[in-house]
Design a protein around this ligand. Sequence first.
Ligand code: NDP
Length: 475
Amino acid sequence: MNSSIVKEKLFINGQWVETENTQKIYNKYTGEVFSEVCIADENLVDQAIEAAEFAHKHTVFAPDYRYTVLMRTAELLKENIERFAKIIAQEGGKPITDAKAEVNRSVSTIIMAAEETKKLVGEIIPNYNHQGRFIYTIKKPIGVVAAITPFNFPLNLVVHKVAPALAAGNPVILKPASSTATIAIKFCELLEKAGVPKGYIQCVVGSGSTVGEQLLKDERIAHYTFTGSPEVGKHIKRTIGLRKATLELGSNSATIVHSDADIEKAASKLAKMAFAHAGQICISVQRILIQNSVKEKFMEKFLQEVSLLKVGDPLNPQTNVGPMISEKEAERIEQWVKEAVDEGAKVLIGGKREKSIYYPTVIMNARKGMKVMDEEAFGPIVVVSTYETIEEAIELVNDSKYGLQAGIYTSDINLSYKIPYLLEVGGVIVNDTCCFRADQMPYGGVKESGNGKEGPSYAIQELVETVTVVVNIEG
Ligand code: NDP
């Protein structure tokens, strides 16, 4: 192992803690060791929860100071964009240009959360049938929040959970994805520098099956904010009983290309977004539905654009598609494509693997019952199908157990207003792909894509308790 690699410590109760037990994190492109991270045992996780509970019950984290801490953190992150992006590119395999975009987005997500500290207002409830009572609501921090995060946006999804939770005044226990934990630790270093009070942020690294499970079972945790696979999301729901959870899960998102759209523009953008971060985005374009009459025009441009995508080293600014998170995941995609082909699907481009790199792959003639169609692929593959009428296209989009986002390209203004009512998804993107997210928008799915909304001003509402106060003003 490279001797310059330092042991990354855990952050518990305002202290950096070194452990005997460590885990190596690898560079996802070169396969070399990138970092060595301490692992929390049962006792340390317990200490983290205890410290968070103590902070919640016995210390004050006033709104104006929350604002100061978050704004300082945003400033510090801004000064470290290049360094943070390089970490994401190496331990996460994300192309450096996209990694920089992620860090920039994280800066603005923190600022948006900071602004929310000024907006946590209650209401005065009209008193029309109970004279003599003054009724109002206050918003209190909900309590200890556990943030469990995935590998694919290892910084911005940490920020989407930690920043609103702190803005609401809650202590947070962060359990990042094991394969990309370094960037989460680096983010906690910035929070510490920015002056976050003792006990308000803890970072405990360890596997989902140990550290994650312990967090789920501990009744001192009031709220879970989770982004990850539907499988783990369902498990969380079953385990935590009546305690609350925000669950951002997966999808096999679709984009419709209607014949009245700008077909060339749609084809170019779809070629880029179907393979961004090697398809490892929860709203990645997995299904393209193209109206039959424009199929040929679309496919010609689409395949040409896909063939131009640069595949390879994430640190090269020209790279569009980097490695998948592991060779095992690339092998899984290879197997799914093989199964589909065995059952009659056709690979038009790609279908090739080199270690953890899977080449951008376009599939036609896939049908229901095939994994590439029904399950979340979370890899660089896209399935193209055709339809005759818009009603048929809507039925195809909705014929999924998931419902995160959908896209539609059309110049029909009436259709663009009508279709959000007909699609069973949490977000509809008109004249762009389903793979669009602005950090300020309410973001979250229906069906097996989860529940609750993220976006700082929406997330914070789930991270406060609304308490009703009734004052008998005649008593
Ligand atoms: P996983 O569900 O495998 O892991 C997510 C997090 O949960 C990790 O920190 C993981 O830990 C942890 N975890 C695993 N098992 C448990 C458990 N039993 N108890 C508690 N925590 C556990 O997802 P991935 O990291 O592979 O991320 C990919 C998934 O995330 C995809 O399904 C994708 O669609 C979804 N996603 C959804 C988004 C949305 O906003 N809707 C956005 C981005 C991704 P460990 O790493 O140690 O296994």
